[in-house]
Design a protein around this ligand. Sequence first.
Ligand code: SF4
Length: 330
Amino acid sequence: MTESKATGIGLLSGGLDSILAVKVLQEQDLRLLGVTFSTPFFSGQPGIDAGRAAGIEVQVIDLTDKHLAMLRNPVYGFGSQMNPCIDCHALMLREAGQLMEQMKADFLFTGEVLGQRPMSQRRDSLRSVEKLSGYPGRILRPLSARLLPPTLVENEGKVDRERLLDINGRSRKRQIELARHYGIKVYPQPGGGCMLTKEGFARKLRELFTLYPDAGAREIELLKWGRHLLLPGGVFLAVGRQQTDNERLGSLAGPEEVVLRVLDHPGPLGVLLHLTPETEALSLAAKVVVSYSDAPLEGAVRVEWKHAGKTGMVTEANNLRKEEMKQYLL
Ligand code: SF4
């Protein structure tokens, strides 16, 4: 790196605040780059879009393995759902910090606003995140910087603290004014994209991790398609709701899964996670799949199963009552 100006690497989540953090720093003579992350729970696209809106280059890092390892045992626990926000921020900052070191950049920055989010943006949380990330004093929050202790680059005069902001709290008024000031017209609402904050998804994920502590990205992907049931004996069944679900579930099922399909009638695909056709649950799972099909009530219906290259068939009556089914739905 030949320029003498200081270089900052910004974590871009994609919300308005991350765009504004860049804009505020662009008022100074700095070199700015963006970084964003992808995992099974959120994509890097909003961060890429934010970089485009702010006019900086963005690098996307696939954080899946490290994020899953962290998710199993977050130091600071979970938010209202399965969102380990403090650990997640710290992990992202640690990754960005490594990039900062590789690139010999000077500081990291984020669009965090003091007091804006109950869990991750309290003063003590910001401090915890810094400590856990391993980069204390190197993380600048331009939107609230004047309310926080000065960072190294501010102390060294590489970033002018006086030109940073003092936004505090949950109101979005100043951010909206700033968006107007910078001519930013389109931006996503903050915090909308992470599946770990969604109640229904978090419930399924908790069950998945309880049954299969080693579940990885593929099993998690299966949770995103169709409906999911927990059958007696801790049996996890995914059933498509529509054609796209069936296609995705079919392509995600591995040799360790049993795939069920109703013969002779239009119906959904079912996937029994990590089981063999010898399972006692096969009959009930087949009945569930049949009950979501167009097969006539009470009649005998053939269901094909496939597992690790083998195929077989069971015949079940379409007689599973709705109330019975409800108790299995996750
Ligand atoms: S909402 Fe999701 S992506 Fe954002 S910090 Fe929390 S866990 Fe990480």
